[in-house]
Design a protein around this ligand. Structure first.
Ligand SMILES: [Zn+2]
Ligand SMILES: [Zn+2]
Length: 289
């Protein structure tokens, strides 16, 4: 019954991915990023390579995360680690339920752990507190870095498999040198493009919230994201998922337009030098190296 329900929920794209995975031995699985959900309603992303599967953020229900794993041909038992970037609800709402269902280490910075433990009454034993920026999870080398956001101890992260690099960075009000360095040479990128400044200015948010979103500890605008793409050292071909798009202060077409205009003005050729994708609130988006 449950399997049937799950199958019905799978999109054609997810079915194709699951079929592709079935034909591969797990040791041959490509380096892939599956953005299960992206936006202010909830964020969760799977990073898969060989036998390593990392969940970055758990801001959707444990059931949806489990369905996402099934869609890529994996079970909850295949999860190697959970990384929580920060304690905001849209990044951790599903974590307590998920931890009831599996015994997977949760990697966070100390401040984030304290907030999660206090707010959700979680056991500190579930956590691996990061005392350094470089560590290994299974087949992937991870490097974390601080983001600029109004949370206790927010982070982004890069993953290397020896050949390819993925960087995940959402929920940051600005991009500094350390963040850019982490973005450098990434083949795969999940990068926030949260708001369009005009839509935010004339949109429904109260003034204080507008100030927060656009401030140095808020979120990246489409323009900020485009500038970061231009400033980073890009590989021959970069695939970038534009993520955490605001429902009220942005639209997918506006993201595409702003980013494409900025990049082509600097001579980049879309789909040749860079291909952009869009994270969705309720649909899985996959890029692979
Ligand atoms: Zn946040
Ligand atoms: Zn967020």
């Amino acid at each position: 019954m449950e399997d049937k329900e799950v199958t019905n929920l799978m999109t054609d794209r997810a079915r194709a991915i699951a079929a592709a995975y079935e034909t591969l031995e797990s040791s041959e699985a490509p380096f892939a990023v599956h953005v299960l959900a992206s936006g202010s309603q909830g964020n969760a992303t799977l990073i898969t390579y060989k036998n390593t599967t990392i969940l970055v953020d758990a801001g959707i229900s444990a059931r949806r995360i489990t369905n996402g794993l099934k869609a890529v041909g994996l079970g909850l038992d295949k999860l190697s680690a959970i990384c929580i970037t920060h304690e905001h609800t849209d990044h951790m709402a599903g974590l307590p339920q998920l931890l009831k269902q599996c015994n997977v280490p949760v990697y966070t910075r100390a401040g984030t752990m304290r907030e999660l433990v206090n707010r959700k009454n979680l056991d500190t034993k579930a956590f691996c507190v990061l005392t350094k920026n470089n560590f290994t999870i299974g087949d992937l080398q991870i490097e974390t870095f601080r983001t600029s956001h109004d949370a206790a101890d927010p982070m982004g992260l890069s993953c290397y498999n020896g050949k390819h690099k993925l960087t995940f960075m959402t929920d940051t009000g600005l991009v500094d040198d350390t963040m850019l360095k982490n973005m450098d040479e990434s083949d795969l990128l999940v990068l926030e493009a949260n708001y369009d400044p005009q839509m935010l200015k004339y949109g429904p948010y109260p003034f204080d919230l507008k100030k927060r979103v656009a401030g140095p500890y808020g979120h990246l605008s489409n323009e900020h994201a485009a500038q970061a793409l231009l400033m980073m050292k890009r590989p021959e071909h970069l695939q970038a998922v534009m993520a955490h798009r605001s429902e009220k202060n942005n639209e997918q077409a506006v993201v595409t337009d702003t980013v494409t205009t900025a990049l082509t003005a600097e001579g980049l050729i879309m789909k040749q030098d860079i291909t952009i994708f869009h994270g969705q609130p309720k649909e899985m988006v996959t890029i692979r190296a």
